[in-house]
Design a protein around this ligand. Structure first.
Ligand code: AMP
Length: 227
């Protein structure tokens, strides 16, 4: 891809929407640089940078990092890159972040993963644990022989606080309240592209086809050793 090639994208989707899987597939197929705000923050915390120190106190309390801190971090990261083709993941999460980003870089496409609330709830609450051994079950992929009971000991299974329906619903509601205005912001700019479905494998071909209208799929070249 030429150095002058431009493609600046954002991917959005609630926890459990398959955003991680879709992002990985995008990166495999298209030569986009993946920039995840959560990963960047974790790197800064590990590296004990000044921003890392500030971010940690918010993240530990389950709060969002202030807009100016995260915006500065992301813009710096983008500014330091040679490529002008990237996929932002986890940023922007608020309208002020979207506005600040807009001032620096025009966004070409926003990929919005729209998975029904009920599907996400089922996915996120599917994990059950046997506290005594740490054995993990998933009611979708590897269910216990008897629902709620450990196969080996016959003891009851439990759910982590994070995986309990009331916690999951709270997280999803918080995501929705916060990001709905961001989605509307991009809708008004005419760059929002929404992909709806209940299965990642069903959504992916549409995301792939959409991106093929913008970028070459490089995965074939990669397997042929051309990159
Ligand atoms: P994530 O891995 O995307 O869930 O991010 C982990 C944590 O980092 C979040 O819970 C927030 O506290 C913080 N964070 C990540 N991205 C942002 C953002 N765009 N704005 C504010 N805080 C963020």
């Amino acid at each position: 891809m030429g150095a002058r090639m431009l493609f600046r994208a954002v991917i959005m989707g609630p926890p459990g929407s398959g955003k991680g899987t879709i992002s990985n597939r995008i990166i495999k197929h298209f030569a986009l640089k993946h920039l995840s705000s959560g990963d960047l923050l974790r790197l800064n915390i590990q590296g004990e940078t000044e921003i890392g120190g500030v971010a940690k106190s918010y993240i530990d309390q389950g709060q969002l990092v202030p807009d100016d801190v995260i915006t500065q971090l992301i813009l710096q990261e983008i500014g330091g890159m040679r490529q002008n083709y990237w996929l932002l993941d986890g940023f922007p999460r608020t309208v002020p972040q979207a506005e600040a980003l807009d001032k620096a870089h025009k966004i070409d496409s926003v990929i919005d993963l729209n998975v029904p609330f009920q599907t996400i709830r089922e996915r996120l609450t599917a994990r059950w644990i046997h506290p005594g051994s740490g054995r993990v079950y998933n009611t979708e992929f590897n269910p216990p022989k008897v629902l709620g009971i450990d196969d080996v000991t016959g003891e009851p299974l439990s759910q982590r606080e994070d995986d309990k329906p009331e916690t999951v619903i709270k997280r999803l509601k918080a995501y929705e309240a916060l990001t709905k205005p961001v989605l509307e912001y991009y809708q008004n700019k005419g760059v929002l592209k929404t992909f709806s479905g209940t299965e990642t494998n069903q959504i992916w071909p549409h995301v792939h086809a959409f991106l093929c209208t913008k970028l070459p799929d490089v995965s074939q070249e990669e397997t042929a050793g051309l990159r």
